[in-house]
Structures are given as structure tokens and as C-alpha cells.
Design a protein around this ligand. Structure first.
Ligand code: C5P
Ligand code: MG
Length: 163
């Protein structure tokens, strides 16, 4: 069995939230205008940032964000999910890796997110220290199977900083 650090590692994460009226919907750090419902969550409910943070952690077998930010802890109520992502990114960097590219899929029936694609990619790229072209953002409906549900799935490629 090799003990050499791998030059590349792949990570995968996903997150889902129930949607309810009267709540903001935030995806990838971007507030979605005219959303008729938003995420029911302990934090700000940004399913894209939660899935991305889990993808980063999973790439290095570091567990998941619930271990670092328990959703029972009062101190994390209403938490800005950018804080969660920053923590996951720090843990990855401390171990000598950085994200190289990201592929993210949001499943949401309404509203259409196409008009926000470049803003979400730009925001995620900025948070990760990448170029927008290194952040793929796709949208899918559930075809009406889960109208009160938002889900995000993310893969990330990590590379060692020492080459
Ligand atoms: O899921 P489906 O294949 O029906 O999605 C069709 C198109 O709608 C895709 O091109 C996707 O980018 C877009 N879409 C969107 N916003 C969503 C869901 C899908 O812009 N919330
Ligand atoms: Mg979540």
C-alpha cells in the first residue's frame, strides 16, 4: 500500500433542504430574487455551499460539515454558509491541497436559475480562489417530483500545492 501523498484527489458532496414560503433562497452565496419559497435550515440554508464544503472535506477524507458546525449548536443559528466553506477550504489548504476545478448541479423546480448561472460561478470562483471557467454550474428540475425541495451535488478535483 502506497503512503505517498496523491497528486490529485476527487471529492464529492451533496446537500438538500426543504423549501417553505417566507424564507430567503440563497444558492452559491447568491440570493435568488423572486423565489416564492426558501430553505428551511439552521444556517442560511445555502445548499450549494454546504454541498461544496462537504465535497472539499470528502476529497481528503475529513468527514463532513456537521462535525465542524453541528446543526444543534445555538451559536451556528443563521450562520452565513460562506463561513462554513472558508473553514473547509482552510482544512484542505492546511493539508497541502487546493481545489483545481468544481462541477456543481442544483436541482430545483422553480424559479429558473439560468439567469444567475454566471453570477453563481463568479461568486464560487472568488470564494475558492479559482477562475469562473473552472467552476461548472448546471441546473435541473425534479420534473415536479420534489417541488418543495432544493438539492445540490458537487464534485471537486483537488491538487497538491507542492506539485
Ligand atoms: O431539468 P430539466 O432538464 O427539465 O431542465 C431544463 C433546463 O432548465 C436546463 O437547461 C436547466 O439549465 C434549466 N433550469 C433552470 N433553472 C432551474 C431548473 C432548470 O434554469 N431551476
Ligand atoms: Mg444544508
Amino acid at each position: 500500500m502506497s503512503t505517498l501523498p496523491l497528486p490529485y484527489r476527487v471529492g464529492y458532496g451533496e446537500d438538500a433542504h426543504r423549501l417553505a414560503p417566507g424564507r430567503p433562497l440563497i444558492l452559491g452565496g447568491v440570493p435568488v430574487p423572486h423565489a416564492e419559497h426558501g430553505a428551511v435550515a439552521h444556517s442560511d440554508g445555502d445548499a450549494a455551499l454546504h454541498a461544496l464544503a462537504d465535497a472539499l472535506l470528502s476529497g481528503l477524507a475529513l468527514g463532513d460539515i456537521g462535525q465542524y458546525f453541528p446543526d444543534t449548536a445555538a451559536e451556528w443559528a443563521g450562520l452565513d454558509s460562506r463561513v462554513i466553506l472558508a473553514r473547509a477550504l482552510d482544512l484542505v489548504r492546511e493539508r497541502g491541497y487546493v481545489p483545481l476545478n468544481v462541477a456543481l448541479v442544483v436541482t430545483l423546480d422553480r424559479p429558473k436559475l439560468g439567469p444567475l448561472r454566471s453570477e453563481i460561478a463568479r461568486t464560487l470562483a472568488e470564494l475558492l480562489g479559482l477562475a469562473p471557467a473552472e467552476v461548472g454550474v448546471s441546473f435541473k428540475t425534479s420534473e415536479g417530483l420534489a417541488p418543495q425541495h432544493v438539492q445540490t451535488r458537487v464534485t471537486v478535483l483537488l491538487g497538491r500545492t507542492d506539485g
